[in-house]
Design a protein around this ligand. Sequence first.
Ligand SMILES: [Zn+2]
Length: 291
Amino acid sequence: MITQKILYLLWAAHNYRSKKTCPSCGSCAGNIIDRKYIFTSLIECRDCHLYYRHPIENPQRAKKFYESNYTQDDGITTKLPDISHLNHWMANNFCDSPKNATVHLSVITNIFPDLKGKKIVDYGASWGYTSFQFKAAGMLVNGYEMSNRRASYAQRLGLDIKVDETLIPNENDIFYSSHVLEHVPSIPRVVEIARKVLKRNGVFIAFFPNGSEEFRKISPKSFHSLWGLVHPNYLNPEYLANLFADVPYYIQSSPYNGKAISEWKDQQIIAETDGDELMVIVKVNQKIKQQ
Ligand SMILES: [Zn+2]
């Protein structure tokens, strides 16, 4: 982890004077809103309002980093359990693991009360822990993961996770991504894939660290720590409202309000945004009805 940080800082120092171009909309207009380690800054794009880290990641370098060097200290995101531990988790559907997906599953259930037979894309499925729980809930899972190592590990969980985005089948009900968009080189590109593989009534559901002003006011230290080496994008409600300006969306931070989510139909709603995780639910293939 220390070597990883030193390499990152050397790279940042070397690229300190590189162009400040928004990875979402390409605009060069931006304001610095936070700084770390002299050479890295968090920039708010003046056009689309994404917060992004400068220096900007090169997609090839990012892929290589994710495949071989990416580490997290939570004991499960980047570290694999031994087989007896994995068997124990599989036997109890990950309910006593840090990758228990119950909260996200209940959000999905608020939209689709009967999950049986629903087709879901798990975009950025990693080692397959959440896909496993979706399958156990009766859904038909189409997993995608850019890392060969992670996708092949998921076979141990009885899952077939694709490493080629073009192999994700069409006509899905749900396009799910959890803590993926903060890592990707282009968020609009992921949304385009979702549009293509979702049914007309399908929903895009994504979870990520909360970059809202409300969260920053309440938890300034957490806000400052949540962007940087592994999180080049920091999504906030204003960016999401701009990205999804012409389609219905529901934006809220944790804890999620199940009743409000189940009542959401075709409106554009920004609910509470001061919790530590942010969620957006979007009907990406339906235009908003003009008031
Ligand atoms: Zn932008």
